[in-house]
Design a protein around this ligand. Structure first.
Ligand code: HEM
Length: 494
């Protein structure tokens, strides 16, 4: 979607006709990127992803290679076979983009390994080796420059100026896009680096690469112009009726000095590739459109044995992907988030003054506010739970979000909350599966003594969610005599 054509298409776009544009307002980085994506797609397409909108879900299994556990102790590398759900996609945010349009690239392949007990881990890869930039700030600046460039822009136009100082981005948008014969004959790159940890706790950074077992096949330019607008999707469906699609899951290992914190810096091709195993895809999922809407693949959904590295993009991607989910479920993006209900329900709080105990019901994704990235219908600290110091506190957590996993943790006050969860500010004040999050309608409780007195945040620990506004406040008060729940709108709050 950021190929040469996109940049040209972007020249014709401007933020002027853009429905959700928060022009001139102080936007978070993730909101700015999400809004830019929507503008690039020509507006909101309700029910669809804001990037990689056109996709197909297929299912199959993963079998690990013998040497995989030398790299990681992740459960799917140990088990003989693991169910997989996959989604092939076109990169554009336009749901009916033609498969041979330059705007359809990079293509995407997202894999979900379904681990025991409802857990899972994802690989979210695209067909370009090397991302357009290495940081979220540069990505936002890149998209802003695309959108700010008009056909009559003076030279250097905003995008020319950006590409002039970002050689990797220039390579990304000017390289001729290769048109594959099939989704099944294309290579996909994870681009972001992750850290793999084996049973001996040996850590090794690496980048995923997904390579077709049957080899690659691309179309020449004449053939590429003659295919139908839906050829990749039709071909995959036909192919799966006859034979499975097999994909090798590899990890590229860097040499010392190869950067892990810059996804736009391609590691040379001579770097070692470790094979983790083979995914065998067999079936087009019957309820494709509905599944596509419900599933959210996310590079930060990891497992034991796979960790985030120092690459700054995955947590930011997580926040933007979460905002994209808001777009999928909100049929009417014209309704401002602030118009949604924000009432304190008295049943959320119960307490016993004599016993000095308090119980608070914390509900993740109670309303659609902020794309469901809210607690009890509040975001960005706009609800405060006050607890007298020393009281025994029980916070009953429930994830009411139908799509995204969530968790909760009491953390020191900092705005916005950090992208990644750290240690809780009060011992035991966190839910299970802090980074992975608990699935829809799962519950957990945190029990702790509210001390020391001070200001805290209760934030979702899934990377990117807190930073996207999913936090409320906790005040452990030296003066309050009873707990209370206070709406606390911030001046100029969204
Ligand atoms: C800052 C960088 C990036 C941003 C902001 C971004 C943003 C997005 C968004 C908003 C979506 C839609 C998510 C949803 O609704 O579920 C998406 C999907 C996707 N992205 Fe990215 N992306 C970034 C980098 C990357 C990179 C580096 C790759 C791969 C190498 C990638 C591959 C994909 C794929 C494959 C999908 C489709 C997932 C699916 O099928 O559900 N993205 N991206």
């Amino acid at each position: 979607m950021f190929a040469r054509w996109s940049v040209r298409a972007g020249l014709a776009c401007s933020l002027a006709g853009y429905p959700l544009a928060l022009q001139g307002q102080d936007q978070s980085l993730q909101q700015r990127i999400a809004d830019d994506f929507i503008a690039l797609a020509g507006g909101v397409h309700p029910g669809y992803r804001i990037a990689h909108a056109k996709g197909i879900i297929v299912t199959g299994t993963f079998a690990p290679s013998r040497g995989a556990t030398s790299l990681s102790r992740a459960p799917h590398l140990v088990a003989a076979s693991t169910p997989v759900i996959a989604r092939y996609s076109n990169g554009s945010g336009v749901p009916d983009v033609a498969d041979n349009s330059p705007d359809a690239v990079p293509h995407g392949l997202a894999l979900r390994f379904q681990l025991p007990n409802g857990a899972y881990t994802d690989i979210v890869a695209n067909s370009h080796n090397g991302f357009v930039v290495g940081t979220g700030e540069d990505f936002a600046a890149f998209l802003d420059a695309v959108l700010a460039t008009k056909p009559d822009s003076k030279h250097p136009s905003p995008i020319e100026a950006f590409l002039g100082t970002h050689p990797a981005a220039k390579r990304f948008v000017t390289e001729p896009a290769r048109v594959p014969a099939s989704f099944a004959t294309e290579v996909f790159y994870g681009n972001d680096a992750f850290t793999f940890v084996n049973a001996q706790n040996v850590k090794q950074p690496g980048r995923y690469r997904l390579v077709p077992v049957g080899g690659t096949k691309y179309l020449d330019s004449a053939a590429a112009t003659n295919v139908s607008a839906n050829y990749l999707f039709d071909e995959l469906t036909r192919r799966l009726r006859k034979e499975p699609v097999k994909v090798r899951v590899l990890v590229q290992i860097p040499n010392p000095g190869d950067p892990t914190s810059d996804a736009s810096a391609v590691w040379p091709d001579d770097r070692n590739l470790v094979e983790l195993g083979v995914v065998t895809l067999t079936t087009v999922a019957p309820d494709n459109a509905e599944l596509s809407r419900k599933l959210q693949f996310n590079p930060v959904f990891l497992s034991d044995g796979i960790q985030l590295s120092d690459d700054p993009l995955p947590p930011l991607r997580s926040a933007v992907y979460a905002l994209s989910v808001a777009n999928r479920r909100s049929p009417s993006p014209a309704v401002p988030a602030t118009a949604q209900q924000r009432n304190v329900d008295p049943t959320w709080l119960g307490f016993d003054t004599a016993a000095k105990t308090v119980r608070f019901q914390l509900i993740a994704g109670l309303t659609g506010l902020n794309g469901a990235l809210n607690f009890n219908g509040f975001r960005d600290g706009q609800l405060t739970l006050v607890v007298p110091v020393g009281w025994q506190t029980e916070i009953d957590f429930r994830n009411h979000d139908a799509v995204l996993p969530h968790s909760a943790e009491v953390i020191p006050p900092q705005t916005p909350p950090p992208a990644l969860p750290g240690d809780p500010a009060i011992p035991r004040a966190f839910t299970l599966k802090l980074a992975q999050g608990l699935p829809s309608e799962a519950t957990d409780d945190m029990r702790f003594a509210a001390q020391p007195a001070g200001e805290y945040l209760i934030a979702c620990g899934v990377p990117g969610h807190g930073a996207a506004g999913m936090w409320i406040r906790l005040r452990v008060s030296a003066t309050a005599t009873a707990p209370e729940l206070l709406p606390t709108p911030a001046p100029g709050s969204r």
